[in-house]
Design a protein around this ligand. Sequence first.
Ligand code: AMP
Ligand code: ZN
Length: 481
Amino acid sequence: MNQPFNPKSVSLQLFNTATRKKEKLVPLNNNKVLMYTCGPTVYNFAHIGNFRTYIFEDLLRRTIKFLGFEITQVMNLTDLDDKTITGATENNISIYDYTRPYIEAFFEDIDTLHIERAEKYPAATDYIDDMIEMIEILLNKGIAYQGTDKCIYYSISKFPNYGCLSHLKLDELQVGASERIIHDEYDKENAADFVLWKACEPERDGNIFWESPFGKGRPGWHLECSAMAMKILGESIDIHCGGIDNMFPHHENEIAQSEACTGKKFAQIWAHSEHLIVDNKKMSKSLGNFYTLRNLLEKGYSGIQVRYLLLQTHYKTQLNFTMEGLDAAKHSLKRLDDFILRMLHINHEHSTGKVVPILNEALKEFTEALGDDLNISVALAAIYDMIREINALYDLQLVGKSDAEAVVSTMKKFNEVLGVMSFEKVEDSIPQHLKDALIARNQARTNKDWALSDKIRDQIKAEGYLIEDTQNGTTLKKIEG
Ligand code: AMP
Ligand code: ZN
């Protein structure tokens, strides 16, 4: 007897940047995973490089749920940094008015990309008091100090574990930093120290500042994430994610701040995704080599085609963006959709019992691959192998209606993680007059009126549909643009 495979029997191994090893996820609180993901700086539209990271985090989130865990995910909105302040002061509007359209666009984009919503999206400007509180703790512990420029800095030499994530040595950092001293950073005790509170400079910041015990100013970016993560999720969390460029100094500094405040380990597992690149360079705003999601939608691609492209390469491998790659993703998705449609149209009951074991095996391979550090290539290969085998049975008329229903429900399971498939019978969206025309055309063929049948076929084609013969009679299929 073939027992149905239970995805909850598989554990999740994740590559931990801090230990440079794959580690089994064992949540601190029973079955509930606490995950913090660094979110967008909302000074502009996010580009698809940013979305590669958010889609990796979405795949991780969905896999965690698929394997039977609960999850609380927090993604911050960086609405407070040099770029948002510059944008607001240049446009002479408040930081809220400046960032609001980009926050709205971000949520529209994640919906278009079928990225599941996190449980919470805190904005930095709502947590300033918590950031000030952390600075006070660090000052009291003698880990932070005020520079000659009135900014508050974190003294990295006071945190012996500094470098534990990036594996950089403190003395290497001092050497690297000494170059910066030559420029203008005389205000700190050590050039590699980083800022916790930036004192207000009216010329630079206009009237955007917050009051604090250390004067008017605003928190540093690194502190924002530490404070929001700990305030919402607690002092110790299970997973902290971001793009690889966030690993140093941003995440290294988050560890230093959080752990110096609490004396506890901040995050158990650090997971970083590699970049989306273009011609061997990171896709970024500053290089101007970027596409926003909106650019691609305008070219006629859909959100799930972009999602599939960004999803199908393992997160720890750089992904080179090309239009040809996007077309290939579109093509792969069509194979999935055509297969599902084919299953949805099966009406006969010629089942041989060969289908269910194939489905079970595919689900097992798929789940185990994801459990192995989100090995998406092997997971997708399990689906395509399954499709090939089921299609071979289909051609022999060995897939009955109940088999087909089992196939569709397995595809729905895969889709809980992938979020790229569509399960609507395309027929339902075909205009009624074309369905009527198809009946008339079939009648003409029964009457051997070939001239009329051809004429109706051409009319249907002119409206963008092809007539397809299947085991279950004729159907209409939309011509791809
Ligand atoms: P930012 O809005 O610049 O703070 O970036 C938001 C997130 O996108 C961070 O986790 C970055 O690491 C990530 N990111 C930025 N550029 C890329 C890229 N080209 N490929 C992948 N992730 C990126
Ligand atoms: Zn962050």
